[in-house]
Design a protein around this ligand. Structure first.
Ligand code: ADP
Ligand code: MP5
Ligand code: MG
Length: 539
């Protein structure tokens, strides 16, 4: 690796010079006095990841991978470039470091102005660069820091000076929310210990955790002879093994950069760490799967297609608004037989439920023709959109796609949440009906957003549906890594007792007949809502 000579190529904009970097760039105006901000009627925050990393001329890894991954997942990605590398599918041919003062300048330019949510680091090739980054982060704090300690490329070329080890370990890790070494990097960080088994990865995660980050993810992409790609996540208390299919492909250049940026994008959207890591891992696996036969370059390591979803409908892949688990509070599920019985159209029933205070709606229409269902779903989408309530479709991914619904709810015998995610993309809400902790675990692995758990009480809405009781609900809630909504026989007389269980992850109740098998849907919804609210107020 060549070290940085004085930058003869540096041609500065007349108003921007390294020597003047300490002078403030932006006039200090309050939002009220910034005329360009008054133009927008409603300001929409855009999840923002700043990547501090190296440029990869082959665009499979580094800054280029980070920008593509964030874009694919619906986050904005700004970039501070630490080094310019000459790379292709055969390996790394050259590295040139960006002058440290220009890195400081780039950091200040972005962090002082652009409301960064999460900083993600990749190639930090010198000790001085790490120090500058730490200083900048202390001056401009962000919500989360994702550190991918890039040291060696997958081709085996060095991408950082050995002296950076000390700065990583003593300074940057303590500021990090998550550190994501691959097995080779974990070994380097720990003085050369060898990692061959999952148990070795766990030990390494534990040792790196002691250096100060909130989470450690030891990635097993490069573990030989395994049919699975297994990563180990550790939070100081619990280990989680994230297992995925190992895709047989030469196109794995940039998997590490992509994983870390995807975690950063999900954190910027508001996910918990565990969910961010799971979504990121599923995204890498899907991208590798869709790119496995693509050919670019003659070397042993090709890039993969981060934007694979653009090749297929739906095109509205990235959503900026994360699913809010609190919206499960009063979950209204429609039933066409009940609507018919009371002479309500689906649209009127949905409108009344929202008027009464339903916080999310699912259309569960089992005996209606597809064309009529789609028309009703489109009308319900308009109603839900104008009141800010999400609309999900039971089982029918085709209807959800056609009406651009907010998501889909599937049962254990429907197509899996993983396949639904493939079809709907990352921005949509996916719920899965689960009766056991094992099903809850699988739904989380498959990339679901929430669980429906029941029947809590006996119900006539669903035939042959075993009753779980409070014990069954409790087992699922305790085991679940996802928010849960209770369902099955819930009405105004027993809803309070369900919420009074105060089970972890239990966010609300889902009801069908208690709302829709009634003459006045809005009154019933209002009554239920006030019961739920009073239980919540007593908490
Ligand atoms: N062939 C593969 N199939 C599926 N997932 C993979 C494959 N190779 C790597 N991954 C996943 O990609 C992510 C990055 O891991 P890894 O390749 O070990 O990182 P790095 O690029 O830093 O060496 C991990 O989640 C890992 O499990
Ligand atoms: C500029 C740059 N940054 C990072 C990597 C690591 O690549 P990988 O994600 O395959 O480990 C790389 N090859 N080049
Ligand atoms: Mg790799």
């Amino acid at each position: 690796m060549s070290s940085a000579p004085p930058p003869p190529f540096l041609r500065l904009h007349p108003h921007s010079s390294i020597s003047s970097f300490s002078s403030p760039r932006l006039p200090h105006l309050s939002p009220r006095t910034r005329p360009w901000r008054l133009a927008a009627a409603r300001e929409m925050p855009w999840p923002h990841v700043l990547t501090v990393a190296g440029s990869d001329s082959s665009a499979g890894a580094g800054i280029q991978a980070d920008v593509k991954a964030c874009a694919a997942l619906g986050a904005y990605c700004s970039s501070v470039i630490t080094a310019v590398t000459a790379q292709n599918t055969a390996g790394v041919q050259g590295v040139h470091l960006v002058p440290e003062e220009l890195i400081r300048e780039q950091l200040k330019s972005v962090l002082s102005d652009m409301s960064v949510d999460v900083v993600k680091t990749g190639m930090l090739p010198s000790a001085g660069i790490i120090q500058i980054l730490c200083e900048s982060l202390r001056k401009f704090p962000v919500k989360a820091l994702v550190v991918d300690p890039v040291m060696v490329s997958t081709s085996g070329d060095s991408l950082s000076d050995p002296s950076t080890l000390t700065n990583y370990r003593d300074e940057l890790f303590a500021m990090a929310d998550i550190v994501t070494p691959n097995v080779k990097e974990a070994s380097k960080l720990l003085g050369g210990v060898s990692l061959h088994t999952i148990s070795d990865m766990r030990d390494a995660a534990e040792s790196i955790y002691k250096l100060g980050p909130r989470y450690v993810l030891v990635k097993g992409g490069d573990m030989p002879d395994s049919s699975e790609a297994i990563d180990v996540l550790y939070d100081g208390k619990e280990f989680v093994e994230l297992r995925g299919h190992r895709i047989k492909t030469r196109n794995t250049h940039g998997t590490g950069c992509t994983l870390a940026s995807s975690i950063a994008a999900e954190l910027a959207k508001g996910s918990s760490m565990l969910n961010a890591v799971q979504v990121a891992k599923n995204f890498v696996e899907s991208a590798l799967h869709h790119s496995k036969d693509l050919v670019i370059g003659n070397g042993p390591q090709g890039p993969f297609d981060h934007l694979f979803r653009l090749k297929r409908p739906p095109y509205n892949i990235g959503s900026q608004q994360r699913f809010n688990p609190d919206s499960l509070f009063l979950y209204a599920v429609t039933d066409s037989r009940m609507n018919k019985k009371w002479g309500h159209s689906i649209e009127d029933a949905v409108k009344a439920a929202i008027e009464g205070g339903a916080t999310i709606v699912q259309l569960r229409e089992k005996d209606i023709e597809s064309r009529a269902f789609l028309e009703a779903a489109k009308a319900c989408m308009e109603i839900c959109k104008s009141s800010g309530v999400s609309l999900l479709i039971n089982d029918r991914v085709d209807i959800a796609l056609a009406c651009n619904a907010d998501g889909v709810h599937v049962g254990q015998s429907d197509i899996s949440a993983r396949e639904v995610r493939e079809l709907l993309g990352p921005g949509k809400i996916i719920g899965v009906s689960c009766k056991t902790p094992a099903q809850a675990e699988q739904a989380w692995r498959d990339g679901a957003d929430y669980l429906g758990c029941g029947g809590v009480f006996p119900t006539t809405t669903k035939a042959n549906n075993p009753t779980l009781g409070f014990e069954g609900l409790k087992a699922v809630c305790l085991a679940s890594k996802l928010p849960v909504v209770a369902i099955g026989g819930i009405n105004t007389t027993n809803a309070g007792s369900v919420m009074e269980l105060r089970l972890p992850n239990l966010k609300g109740v889902a009801v069908v007949s208690a709302l829709f098998d009634r003459e006045c849907v809005s009154t019933e919804t209002r009554n239920l809502r006030s019961i739920l609210t009073s239980v919540r107020c007593l908490a």
